[in-house]
Design a protein around this ligand. Structure first.
Ligand SMILES: *Cc1c(COP(=O)(O)O)cnc(C)c1O
Length: 220
């Protein structure tokens, strides 16, 4: 089942990259495994997936002890990071994609001696997105992260309002790309099961895919 879905997703990634004149190697597929048990992550690993996205620090804290042997696996926090979870997050994840304030960045920095790869979550749709910094807050946050000895800023992440049709996401992706280019940031985490091809066309370097690989999640 996963094999089939993965083949299909990889085929769609290749086709979108080709349309956009981009190389597949420049696009990292992050398997979003929130609400799925550790066995599903292990199965995905055995199918060759190496990047995993989790939304909740607490949930991944439960699963991580079952997965100490997945050599080379890279874990990304893609959900909102609360300030009381920064210490745990810095222990569990190599990447934190959802930095959205200097306060969170400072806490993370104080709580880890090990380098962390990070992105800034940007809120481009004021009414709908709950988290992320607005475009106004971006320059000072970029400056703060660039001055950090432990946090390595790679780029920007965003989540447009969800819709089945991918086209409404395109202007958000385009805007994120403009912001990243304006600040000399190479990484763009954008695109999910419903809109990853459009994200690739607009320059995504990291796409975050759950449903298209693992099927629907339990609504808990
Ligand atoms: C759940 C989630 C995804 C994956 O969504 P799918 O529609 O299942 O592919 C990607 N990014 C974030 C931030 C998420 O919360």
């Amino acid at each position: 089942m996963l094999k089939q879905r993965l083949d299909e997703v990889e085929g769609r990634i290749r086709a979108a990259a080709q349309r956009a004149g981009r190389r597949c190697e420049d696009i990292t597929l992050i398997a979003v495994t929130k609400k799925f048990p550790a066995e599903v992550m292990r199965d995905a690993y055995q199918h060759g997936l190496r990047h995993f996205g989790e939304n909740y620090v607490q949930e991944f804290e439960q699963k991580a002890p079952e997965l100490p042997d997945l050599a080379g696996a890279v874990f990304h926090l893609i959900g909102h990071l609360q300030s009381n979870k920064t210490r745990k997050a810095a222990e569990l994840f190599q990447w934190i994609q959802t930095i959205d304030s200097a306060r969170i960045a400072t806490r993370l920095e104080q709580q880890t001696a090990r380098p962390l790869d990070v992105m800034i979550e940007v809120k481009l749709s004021p009414e709908e997105a709950k988290h992320g910094t607005g475009a106004d807050g971006l320059p000072p946050l970029i400056d703060a992260l660039r001055a950090s000895p432990t946090l390595r800023l790679h780029g920007l992440m965003t989540m447009p309002p969800w819709s089945l049709d991918p086209e409404p996401s395109r202007p958000y992706f385009r805007r994120l790309k403009q912001l990243a280019d304006a600040h000399g940031l190479p990484a763009l985490s954008m695109g999910m099961s419903n809109d990853f091809e459009v994200a690739i066309e607009e320059g995504a370097t990291h796409i975050r895919i759950g449903t298209a690989l693992f099927g629907p999640r339990n609504k808990a």
